[in-house]
Design a binder for this molecule. Structure first.
Ligand code: NI
Length: 291
């Protein structure tokens, strides 16, 4: 009935819809960095997407001085990418992570942050975590405390200037940091030192399939995986790596989220049955787990 009585109204409505659609299209075209497909399923099917995970990421009360893995027994893992941001490889990696709804942690070099602050802003805007990986990427065990402080401060300040977010953790270049240095950095900056327990040696460029299989085969619940978004072959290996890990049921979180899953002291219960002899002793908090 209405269609007969109000043809003009309907025509107006159709014209208006077209107008709205066109202006939306224009807006999309004007965007340099479309987020339109942020929540869509990956091309491999919705089953492979990382779940939306809402975990606390405050480190208070759970952080120890250094970690090479989380202590959760659930299938949570943290991918970490070092030595960026890189002008081509990092945005390409961010696209791959976004397609799979995966959050990761980027240990960035201060002087690269200064060169590519827009990439750091994108990292943070897309829900990833930023960590301090020093300014010059030198072996910190060879530096004075004053020099280490300078490395930490300048990188922290560059990150804050780029994206307004303060790093919560640090990773020493080459994993090299004396126990005494870890302790004072934790005291002074509240940065736990973050190492890893899965290292595909991707910087040696062993080949895309080798990087992927090393990571997939060695990752366990609570793993912290080391990789480098500085290197193109590493980023080339990520689609197979990430899809392989998703297929195995792993859920991706950031380093802070992973550490927040560590049981706080007052929540650790005595085991109800004796542990088998091969099990490690139960620790109240994850401290100084060094590979
Ligand atoms: Ni590094």
């Amino acid at each position: 009935m209405i269609t007969h009585r109000y043809p003009f109204f309907l025509m107006t409505l159709a014209a208006l819809s077209m107008l709205v659609a066109c202006s939306a299209k224009d807006k999309r075209h004007k965007k340099t960095n479309s987020n339109a497909d942020y929540r869509t399923a990956s091309m491999h099917g919705s089953g492979l997407r990382n779940a939306d995970i809402a975990l606390p990421n405050s480190l208070s009360g759970v952080a120890g001085v250094s970690h090479s893995r989380g202590r959760t027994t659930m299938p949570y893992i943290a991918m970490t990418y070092d030595d960026g941001p890189h002008p081509q490889n990092t945005p390409r990696l961010l696209d791959m992570l976004r397609q799979r709804n995966i959050r990761a942690t980027f240990y960035v070099i201060g002087r690269s942050v200064n060169m590519y602050p827009h990439i750091v802003r994108r990292i943070v805007a897309e829900g990833h975590e930023i960590g301090n990986h020093t300014w010059t990427h030198r072996n910190l065990t060879t530096l004075s405390d004053a020099s280490v402080r300078q490395e930490m401060n300048s990188t922290r300040d560059a990150i804050i200037a780029a994206c307004g977010v303060k790093p919560r953790t640090m990773r020493p270049p080459y994993g090299a940091l004396r126990q005494s240095q870890r302790a004072w950095i934790y005291k002074e900056y509240a940065y736990p030192t973050i190492l890893w327990n899965v290292d595909p040696q991707d910087w040696k460029r062993p080949g895309v399939s080798v990087v992927a299989s090393r990571i997939i085969n060695h990752t366990r619940n609570g793993s912290i995986v080391l990789a480098h978004d500085l290197h193109k072959p590493t980023v080339d290996a990520m689609p197979a790596t990430l899809d392989g890990l998703l297929r195995r049921g792993f859920k991706f979180v950031t380093v802070s989220q992973l550490l927040a899953l560590n049981p706080p002291v007052n929540m650790v219960q005595a085991p109800t049955s004796p542990l088998p002899p091969s099990s490690p002793p139960m620790m109240p908090i994850a401290v100084s787990v060094v590979r």
